[in-house]
Design a protein around this ligand. Structure first.
Ligand SMILES: Nc1ncnc2c1ncn2[C@@H]1O[C@H](COP(=O)(O)OP(=O)(O)OP(=O)(O)O)[C@@H](O)[C@H]1O
Length: 578
C-alpha cells in the first residue's frame, strides 16, 4: 500500500474527474441493483391485475436501464481520463528523475530495464488505475447490494445465499493463489522475451554478419514456447473456473426453486420472487468473478508501480550545487589525489592521480587499452564523482558548482558517436540550442564534416534517421565532433573521437582546433601517439596510474611506458609500410 502513495500527488490534479467517476459508479451500481426489484414489483402487479402499476414500474425499469447505460459511459470516460492523465504525469516525473541520474545510476538499473519501466510498467499502472475507477470500487457495491437483496427477497433461505458466497470465495481463493504464481512466472518470461528481441534487433548487424540468425531464432522460440505453455495452463484454469462458479450458482438457484415450489401453496406470491432472486444471484456470481480478475490485474499493476517507485526513490549519486552561481568556470583543470572505483567494480580504476593543466593548453592522454583514459575524462565532465580526492576546474571543486556552469564549461565528445533522430542541424544544436546557421557551418568545417553535408540538397536540414542508420561511422564521428565544437566551451574533451577519421582529416581537425580555438583547453584521448605528438603536454596512464607527464620530446627520453607504446606503434607502422 506504501507503493500507492506515489500516485497520491498525481491524483490531486484530477479531483473533479475522480468525483465524477465515483458519482457515475454509485449511480450505475444503484440502477443495476434496483432493476430486479422493479421486475419483482411488475410481476406482483401482473398477478394482482394492477395495470397502472405495471405501466408505471415498466417505465421506471426502462428509465433505470437508460440511467445505468449513461452512468456506465460516464464512468468509463472519467476512469480513462484519470488513468491516462495520472500515468502520463507519473511517466514525466519518472523520466525527469532518470535525466537527473548519473552514469552510475543508469548502469545500476540498466538502460533496457529503465525503458521497460517507462513503457510496459507504465501501461500496467494505467490499466490498474482504470480498473480501480471502473471495477474495483463498483464491484463491492454490486456484490454487497445483490447479497443484501437476495436475503431481503427470501429471508427464510438466507443460508443458501451465504453458502453460495462461501463456496465461490473458497474456490476463487484457491484459483487466485495458483493464477498469481502463474502470472509471476509469465511476467518474468515476458521480460526475458522482450529483452531478447530488443538485444537482437539492436545488434542486428552483428547477428546477420556472424550468421547468428538461426541461434537467435532458436533462443527466441524456446522462450516463446514456454510462454505459450504458461498461457495454455492459465487458459485451462480459466476454462475450468468459470463453469465451476456457474455450477455452484445454478445449484443454489435450483435448490431455492425447489424449496419455493414445495411451499408455493402457502406463499403463492413467491412466484414473483424467483426471477429477481435468480437475477441477484447471477449478479453476485459475475461481480465476484470480475472482482477476482480485477484484483489479479491490480496486483500486477502494483508490482509495476513498485518498479517505478524504485526509480523515483533512487537518489542521483552525483548531486550538483544548485545554489552556486551559473558561470563559466575557466579552462584550468586540476586532479588532486584522485582515485576512482566504478560502482560495480571491485578495484580502483584510477589510482591517486594528481596533475594541474593551465587554461588553453592542448593535452594528450595516452595509455594501453583499459588503462583508465576514458574514466579520467569522464571525471572532468563529472559523469562520475571521484571516490577519493578532488577534481577542480578553474579552481572550483566540481562538487561545489552548479550543473549549468559545468555543462557550459566542458564539452565532451564521446568515444562512441551517438546521434539522435531529427536533422543534422538539430543534432549540432544540442551543443548550443541558439546556434546560428554560420555557427553550424563553422563547426562542421572544423570537424571536416562540411564537405559531405554540402553534398546533400537539404544540407543541415538533412534527416538523421533512428539510430543514425543513414550515416557512416566516420560521418557520425565528424558530426559528433562538430556538436562538441559549436558551444566554444573553455574545455573540450575528445575521447578517441577521431578514430574513424583518416590521418589527413584527423590532422585537419587538430589544426583547426589549434588555430581557431586558441582559448580552449583541449584533452585528446588517443590510441596512437602520433595523434597527440604536437600537444603542449601528454599524460601517460598505466593501469590507472599517472606514470608520466610532459611533451613528446621529454617523454620519449624519460618515460619507459611511453617509449614502449611509441616503439610498438612505430614498429607496426613500418611493418605496414613494408
Ligand atoms: N562503466 C563501467 N563499469 C565498470 N567498469 C568499467 C566501466 N567502464 C570502464 N570500466 C573498467 O575500467 C577500466 C578502464 O576503462 P577505460 O574505458 O577508462 O579505459 P581506456 O583507457 O579508455 O580504454 P580504451 O583505450 O580501450 O578506451 C577497464 O578495466 C574497464 O573494464
Amino acid at each position: 500500500m506504501n507503493t500507492l502513495k506515489i500516485l497520491k500527488p498525481h491524483f490531486k490534479n484530477y479531483r473533479k474527474e475522480i468525483i465524477a467517476a465515483l458519482i457515475a459508479i454509485f449511480v450505475s451500481a444503484f440502477a443495476t441493483l434496483y432493476q430486479p426489484r422493479l421486475l419483482e414489483n411488475i410481476q406482483k402487479a401482473i398477478m394482482a391485475d394492477q395495470q397502472q402499476s405495471v405501466v408505471r414500474d415498466g417505465i421506471w425499469l426502462i428509465v433505470l436501464g437508460l440511467i445505468a447505460i449513461v452512468a456506465g459511459i460516464f464512468n468509463v470516460y472519467y476512469a480513462a481520463k484519470i488513468a491516462q492523465g495520472v500515468t502520463s504525469d507519473l511517466r514525466e516525473e519518472t523520466y525527469a528523475k532518470i535525466q537527473s541520474f548519473s552514469f552510475g545510476n543508469i548502469e545500476d538499473f540498466s538502460a533496457g530495464s529503465l525503458t521497460t519501466r517507462l513503457i510496459n510498467d507504465m501501461n500496467q499502472v494505467m490499466n490498474m488505475i482504470m480498473q480501480l475507477f471502473m471495477q474495483l470500487l463498483r464491484m463491492p457495491i454490486l456484490m454487497v447490494g445483490s447479497f443484501i437483496f437476495c436475503i431481503i427477497i427470501i429471508p427464510r433461505y438466507w443460508w443458501a445465499t451465504v453458502l453460495m458466497v462461501a463456496l465461490i470465495i473458497g474456490v476463487g481463493a484457491i484459483v487466485l493463489n495458483r493464477m498469481n504464481s502463474l502470472f509471476d512466472k509469465f511476467q518474468v518470461l515476458m521480460d526475458r522475451i522482450s529483452g531478447q528481441a530488443q538485444e537482437t534487433l539492436q545488434g542486428v548487424r552483428v547477428v546477420k554478419s556472424f550468421n547468428q540468425g538461426p541461434q537467435e531464432i532458436k533462443k527466441f522460440d524456446q522462450t516463446s514456447d514456454k510462454l505459450n505453455d504458461y498461457n495454455i495452463t492459465i487458459g485451462y484454469w480459466f476454462s475450468a473456473v468459470m463453469p465451476a462458479f456457474s455450477m455452484i450458482a445454478y445449484l443454489v438457484i435450483t435448490l431455492i426453486i425447489f424449496l419455493i415450489g414445495r411451499s408455493i401453496t402457502n406463499h403463492p406470491t413467491d412466484v414473483a420472487i424467483v426471477s429477481p432472486f435468480v437475477n441477484y444471484i447471477l449478479t453476485l456470481l459475475w461481480t465476484t468473478m470480475i472482482a477476482g480478475m480485477t484484483m489479479m490485474q491490480f496486483a500486477r499493476g502494483l508490482i509495476s508501480l513498485g518498479r517505478i517507485k524504485e526509480v523515483l526513490d533512487t537518489e542521483p549519486d552525483v548531486k550538483f550545487n544548485d545554489n552556486a552561481p551559473v558561470e563559466k568556470l575557466g579552462g584550468s583543470v586540476e586532479f588532486d589525489h584522485v582515485s576512482f572505483t566504478y560502482p560495480d567494480g571491485d578495484q580502483e580504476t584510477l589510482k591517486d592521480i594528481s596533475f594541474k593543466i593551465p587554461a588553453n593548453q592542448m593535452v594528450g592522454i595516452v595509455g594501453a587499452t583499459g588503462s583508465g583514459k576514458s574514466t579520467l575524462a569522464q571525471l572532468i565532465a563529472r559523469l562520475y564523482d571521484p571516490t577519493k580526492g578532488e577534481v577542480k576546474i578553474g579552481g572550483h571543486n566540481l562538487k561545489d558548482v552548479n550543473e549549468k556552469s559545468l555543462r557550459q564549461t566542458v564539452s565532451f565528445v564521446l568515444q562512441r558517436a551517438v546521434l539522435f533522430s531529427g536533422t543534422i542541424a538539430s543534432n549540432l544544436r544540442q551543443g548550443k540550442s541558439e546556434a546560428k546557421h554560420h555557427e553550424l557551418q563553422r563547426a562542421a568545417r572544423m570537424a571536416q564534416a562540411a564537405e559531405f553535408i554540402e553534398r546533400y540538397n537539404d544540407t543541415f536540414d538533412h534527416e538523421v534517421e533512428e539510430r543514425s542508420a543513414n550515416f557512416s561511422g566516420g560521418q557520425k564521428q565528424r558530426l559528433s565532433i562538430a556538436r562538441g565544437l559549436i558551444a566554444k566551451s573553455p574545455i573540450l574533451i575528445l575521447d578517441d573521437s577521431t578514430s574513424a577519421l583518416d590521418a589527413e582529416s584527423e590532422k585537419k581537425v587538430q589544426q583547426a582546433l589549434e588555430h581557431e580555438m586558441p582559448d580552449t583547453t583541449t584533452f585528446i584521448i588517443a590510441e596512437k601517439i602520433v595523434s597527440v605528438k604536437n600537444a603542449d603536454q601528454i599524460l601517460v596512464l598505466d593501469d590507472g596510474k599517472l606514470v608520466a607527464q610532459g611533451t613528446h620530446e621529454e617523454l620519449i627520453k624519460t618515460s619507459p611506458v611511453y617509449q614502449e607504446i611509441y616503439k610498438t606503434q612505430t614498429a607496426k607502422e613500418s611493418v605496414g609500410e613494408e
